[in-house]
Design a protein around this ligand. Structure first.
Ligand code: NAD
Length: 239
């Protein structure tokens, strides 16, 4: 049935969360077994408050996250989505992930609602750097300002351009597929509802129950995202 919906849809939007990248080896935030949130209190460290008042701890946390992400790479599922975009099977991706894996896999139209760990910028002059800068000990820009990752911190609003892109594509969608998100982070979790209100079919693929499941036309819990995408890809090729 999902294969048929994908083939019939005119505008399919994929919405991804941390569960999209667990099969690359990156832990998600909230899953019961090994979520990252259980080790640190993110609202304290990943915040504007920490950046301004506790910069050493802030940098240590993000250095660890940046280096962590660089140890992994996109998996087969990320590559299938990029291939589907090239073939016109899907139109775009909206992601809450900050790992940059969709672009690394070759996806072009990606709205990164929470920014990316792949880039840093200077708090003072705004100059952008690749996050490999964090591999070196120093975290200062040439101008002396502090280098921070291009991610949305607690206490900041979402990047306007990504938000508008996501909104525009959500409103156009007639099929909206959530992959690996607990849908508990606002405002990102409003996009599936906006899609549904605009008449799109809503599909939620997530190992655990989400608070939006009751609005979905189809919920898939018993399959890992990578496995499901590979199966669908095979079926779509055969037709
Ligand atoms: P979340 O951790 O709240 O939820 C992830 C969900 O994915 C869980 O409910 C889990 O059951 C499911 N899941 C995990 N692996 C799966 C798989 N292989 N197949 C199917 N389902 C799977 O994540 P969220 O909703 O994205 O919200 C967390 C916040 O954390 C976001 O704001 C995001 O920016 C950030 N985050 C990003 C990354 C990343 O960039 N990779 C990693 C951790 C957290």
């Amino acid at each position: 049935m999902l294969k048929q919906w994908i083939q019939e849809a005119k505008h399919t939007v994929i919405f991804t969360g941390a569960g999209m990248s667990t099969e690359s080896g990156l832990p998600d935030f909230r899953s019961a077994n090994q979520g990252l949130w259980r080790k640190k209190n993110p609202s304290k460290i990943a915040s504007t408050d920490a950046l301004n008042n506790n910069v050493e701890e802030f940098i240590a946390f993000y250095r660890q996250r940046v280096l962590g992400v660089k140890e992994y790479k996109p998996h087969k599922g990320h590559h299938i989505l990029a291939d589907w975009e090239r073939k016109g099977i899907i139109q775009s991706i909206i992601t809450q992930n900050v790992d940059g894996f969709h672009q690394l896999a070759g996806s072009a139209r990606v709205a990164e609602l929470h920014g990316t760990l792949q880039k840093l910028h200077c708090q003072v002059c705004g100059r952008e750097y690749d996050s490999t800068e964090y591999v070196h000990k120093d975290y200062h820009c040439e101008c002396g300002g502090i280098l921070r990752p291009n991610v949305v911190l607690f206490g900041e609003s979402l990047p306007e351009e990504a938000f508008q892109l996501a909104l525009q594509d959500t409103e156009k969608s007639d099929l909206f597929i959530v992959l690996g998100s607990s849908l508990s982070v606002t405002p990102a979790n409003q996009f599936p509802l906006i899609a549904k209100e605009n008449g799109a079919k809503l599909v939620i693929v997530n190992q655990e129950e989400t608070q939006m499941d009751l609005y979905a036309d189809k919920v898939i819990r018993n399959k890992k995202i990578g496995e499901l995408l590979q199966e669908l890809d095979q079926e779509i090729r055969v037709k």
